[in-house]
Ligand binder design. Sequence first.
Ligand code: PMV
Length: 314
Amino acid sequence: MSNGLARACANIALVKYWGKRDVALNLPAAGSLSLTLGALTTTTAVRFDASIEADELMLDGRQVATDRLSPWLDLVRKQAGIDHRAQVTSVNDFPTSAGLASSASAYAALAVAASAAAGLELSKVELSALARRGSGSAARSIFGGFAEMGDEFARPLEDPTSWDLRMVIAIAGRSGPKAFSSRDAMEHCAETSPLYKGWLASVPTDLKAARAAVKAHDLEALGAVMQHSALAMHAAALASRPPVRYWRPATLAILDCVEAIDGAYYTMDAGPHVKVLTETANADAVASKLRKVDGVSHVIVSGPGGPAELISAG
Ligand code: PMV
């Protein structure tokens, strides 16, 4: 076996992951809880071949550097006992590196495709741990619906079809590469922000509340936790030296808009865009309000997504 083709969905954290306890192993300093999104997917093909001289990566039709990918592929090669270089072709159906969690779907799809191409038969938990080595949030994208990250891997919390929810994503301004990658920013924040410790101390309480809210299908309770978690993460980031500020004027305008809508709750990641959780019956009304906000260029409505899946191998 040397080929693998897989698809994975992005996920949005409702209780954020922000900081590591082990940088080399990419282990998080605290847990996190997310919703996998069906409308944001990455499809990735991996081929290991003796005739390939160096690892190659094509992302959305463009050749890109493999300095982050190759050490990760080495983990797969080591585990499978193979030495071949790989050709990786990956396509996102949403803007790459714009704070829409492209590394989550990317490394989840990679873990499934590369392990199959290398002849490994990994369990979901092993795939989640492997995806984590590429990107912490990717560990959660192995699972559909709500997932909770522990230390080494994530676990599914709730069937994606069991709660009728939508995530309405408001793209704040032009999409494009963000100023600070989440990877660099969270380390910088842990090293320099006086608020980092307070942020970290708040995570277990938020996780417990979010877990209970998901179980009870209590959107109001989940909304309060997700907004708190996002604001606490961004507060810690803002207090870094030099500061890490992802928000644009449109970001704040969207928050104002969401706060005035009943049953709609926001979160933001390492970018200016805002993701709004609401019941499906409310999603179109929320989307049309967000489209009218100054500086919003685009709105995407997504339902929950399923687990990462292997499309073919051979
Ligand atoms: O997976 P990484 O290393 O790109 O970190 C993700 C960080 C956030 O998206 C801001 C939060 C999260 O839990 O996904």
